[in-house]
Design a protein around this ligand. Structure first.
Ligand SMILES: Cc1cc2nc3c(=O)[nH]c(=O)nc-3n(C[C@H](O)[C@H](O)[C@H](O)COP(=O)(O)O)c2cc1C
Length: 399
């Protein structure tokens, strides 16, 4: 019997993942000067221990002012490389493919985190910085205005993407994703809501795409040919279709031409006439975007958004809407979801997704429990300690 698609190896270029479960990037607001801490090692490590095929590091800024908050991740200094290498190496040693997502917050920099309502840093005193964007349009009414980027600043940020890509490669990451979604800098250039430039980077769709494509070209040039490059976009944004799926198809075609290997579908993020919950939050709410992009461009896709159930994930793969199952919140709650999914999908040995020493112990426990229940089907919890001790062979004891 062939394995469910969810548990078949996924290979692209020179990289192979043990299954199709991808931990989608999740900002932690726990970096120190942009660098990873023990938190990152433990948090990402638990997904790798839990059996995920690919584990993404959170959105990581290519320059210090491209962080959202002072506690966001960044990879803007060569001295940070060994700290990231520790994370990538650890994930790899646990059997997962380590993946990096690079981005720039643009006008959404110099903020506090989501639990502080993303208030501008001025209110926090001391740490604020001047944010930059395509134009000087603030994130929300009353927020400090960003400074519109000059042409040479655009060049500098494109170069910063290239340098951070080189550092990611040196740190041992194997998949790269450009974060072009959720209202951050790349998206700010794409969106006519906040891009009011009158030069070659504003106005027509092709002009608004220029920055995204220059970043893609620069990243691809630094990212090895044998390693996959993903691009994450907000496929729709702005009420009234101000950025719509046709625009995204056009963008996807262009990034594919520049060497992007997979399109990661999300939505929303630019303030003003649009917001994040633009797409109704029903199970699998981004899957239709994955399907359309794939049909029209031939690019493999991923489309995280309330994929929580094993059969739902398997069906989405079999239907062909997506090639990888990106998940965030369900894995945050249940880091060993792959084992649960393997049980539901009736894999012969669901425990194989755990590290071998965990699997060994748990297989042993399974045998003990089966033997105990076969002997006496009353709930084990009602047994006394001597009954427990007598219930199995010598190997039932602790070692
Ligand atoms: C805590 C948290 C942090 C997130 N941080 C990022 C991020 O750094 N980059 C990104 O592209 N998306 C980010 N997202 C969005 C997720 O990657 C994912 O696309 C979204 O949560 C939908 O998937 P889900 O329904 O499985 O959670 C974040 C989501 C959560 C819950």
């Amino acid at each position: 019997m062939t394995n469910p698609l969810l548990f078949q190896t996924w290979a692209l270029k020179g990289v192979a993942a043990r299954n199709r479960i991808v931990v989608s990037p999740m900002c932690q607001y726990k970096s120190v000067d942009g660098s990873p801490t023990d938190w990152h090692l433990v948090n990402l490590g638990r997904y790798a221990i839990g059996g995920a095929g690919v584990v993404f590091y959170e959105e990581t800024a290519v320059e210090a002012r491209g962080r959202k908050t002072p506690h966001c991740a960044g990879l803007f200094d060569d001295a940070q490389v060994p700290l990231y290498r520790r994370i990538a190496g650890f994930l790899k040693s646990l059997g997962s493919v380590p993946a990096m997502q690079l981005g720039h917050s643009g006008s959404r920099g110099s903020e506090m985190g989501p639990m502080q309502g993303r208030a501008s840093l001025e209110q926090d005193g001391g740490e604020a910085w001047q944010a930059i964007s395509a134009s000087d349009i603030p994130v929300r009414a009353g927020a400090p205005a960003p400074r519109a980027m000059t042409r040479s600043e655009i060049r500098d940020v494109v170069d910063a993407f290239a340098s951070a890509t080189r550092r990611s490669r040196e740190a041992g990451f194997e998949i790269m994703e450009i974060h072009g979604a959720h209202g951050y800098l790349i998206h700010q250039f794409l969106s006519p809501v906040v891009n009011r430039r009158t030069d070659a980077y504003g106005g027509s769709l092709s002009n608004r795409m220029r920055f995204a494509l220059e970043v893609t070209e620069a990243v691809r040039a630094e990212w090895p040919d044998d390693k996959p490059l993903f691009y994450r976009a907000s496929c729709v944004d702005g009420k009234g279709g101000i950025w719509n799926l046709d625009d995204t198809v056009a963008l996807a075609r262009e990034v594919a031409r520049l060497g992007v290997d997979l399109f990661d579908c999300s939505s929303g993020g630019i303030t003003g006439t649009s917001d994040m919950p633009l797409v109704a939050r029903v199970p699998g709410y981004h899957l239709p975007f994955g399907r359309r992009i794939k049909e029209e461009t031939g690019l493999p896709t991923m489309a995280p958004g309330m994929i929580t159930e094993p059969l739902q994930a398997e069906r989405a793969l079999q239907d062909g809407a997506i090639d990888l199952v990106g998940m965030a919140r369900q894995l945050m709650m249940h880091a060993d979801w792959p084992v649960h999914a393997a049980e539901v999908l009736q894999m012969a040995d669901p425990l194989e997704w755990l590290p071998e020493d965990f699997a060994f112990r748990l297989r042993g426990r399974k045998d003990q429990r089966e033997m105990a229940f076969n002997r006496d089907p009353q709930p084990v919890s009602t047994w006394s300690a001597p009954e427990m001790a007598a219930s199995g062979p010598a190997r039932a004891g602790h070692r």
